[in-house]
Design a protein around this ligand. Structure first.
Ligand SMILES: C[S@@+](CC[C@H](N)C(=O)[O-])C[C@H]1O[C@@H](n2cnc3c(N)ncnc32)[C@H](O)[C@@H]1O
Length: 283
């Protein structure tokens, strides 16, 4: 990916990079979330393993890409440890670029990809999705899970997605959002957990993606899964508290338990939502 455009990134990106690169966050996400996937799960029961439910989210999204060929290219923006990229490459034989800001996560992604023998199909790229390296109209699919919330320049991310997708290409993503009718100023404790200024909403994505030339194919909205997921992660952290205090320190674990509690409470009040958005770029 060689590129001569200037690289642009919002001030929030530096905070996010430091957050995900910290050894505490790396340990928390890898150990408690389940290793390969660090997004909201689709649960079949309240006691299901976080990793199993998280893998089901990838499967549920991937069904929407049925027919994707081995000659097609996917870009995963905010790819974390690359679980989705490896799953898509294994399922469709396609090539996947995993673009991600955190080099700590990228290193683990490269190692997991090597161990899976998928180095020919999955490439890991250290970059900011507010300024995607590479030429226009090269990807058939842009994929993203629970990552765009971290941007301080979300319109810019969406315009970059529109730029790198070929006409007719698909944009499939999830993001924790505030509801369209969320009252102002009730989400500060939720935002504080991961150092955000704002959250997007379904209305924000619909309006902006329409203006960037996309057509909405589906929005499978599942706010109950957001609430279930953060409750389940909190329960897991509570159950392994001593072990995680050894690894991440008492302050990190206490702050995380409190922060996760705010997410569960805000979801129960109907202020948060989450789901699978599927758009296609008009030809
Ligand atoms: C909750 S994690 C989700 C990771 C992955 N999509 C998954 O589902 O397993 C959010 C990810 O977004 C990435 N991220 C946040 N801001 C980013 C940016 N500006 N550019 C690229 N990646 C970013 C983080 O490094 C992190 O990997």
């Amino acid at each position: 990916m060689c590129d001569e455009r200037p690289s642009i990134s919002s001030p929030v990106s530096a905070t996010t990079e430091a957050y995900y690169d910290s050894p505490e966050a790396d340990s928390f996400y890898a150990d408690i979330w389940g290793g390969e996937d660090i997004h909201i799960g689709v649960y079949e029961s309240e006691t299901e393993e976080v990793a199993r439910a998280s893998a089901r989210t990838v499967e549920t999204m991937a069904i929407r890409l049925e027919g994707l060929g081995a000659d097609q290219r996917v870009l995963d923006i905010g790819a974390g440890y690359g679980g989705a990229g490896r799953a898509l490459a294994a399922r469709f034989g396609c090539r996947v670029d995993c673009l991600n800001l955190s080099e700590a996560q990228n290193e683990r992604n490269r190692q997991l990809t090597r161990e899976a023998g998928q180095g020919d199909h999955v490439r890991v790229v250290h970059a900011n999705f507010e300024s995607i390296p590479g030429p226009d109209a090269v990807y058939d699919v842009v994929w993203s899970q629970d990552a765009i919330l971290h941007s301080g320049a979300r319109e810019r991310v969406l315009s970059e997605v529109a730029r790198v997708l070929r006409p007719g290409g698909q944009f499939l993503f999830t993001d924790p959002m505030q509801t369209d009718d969320c009252p102002p100023d009730v989400l500060q404790p939720v935002l504080d957990r991961i150092h955000l200024d704002t959250l997007a909403s379904p209305g924000f994505y619909r309006k902006n993606l329409t203006s960037f030339g996309f057509e909405e194919l589906a929005f499978v909205e599942m706010p109950d899964q957001l609430r279930a997921h953060y409750a389940r992660v909190r329960q897991e952290l509570e159950a392994r508290r001593e072990e995680m205090v050894q690894r991440c320190g008492v302050d990190y674990v206490s702050r995380m338990l409190e922060g996760l509690g705010h997410w569960v409470a805000a979801a129960a009040r109907g202020h948060l939502t989450w789901g699978i958005f599927h758009f296609s770029k008009r030809r």
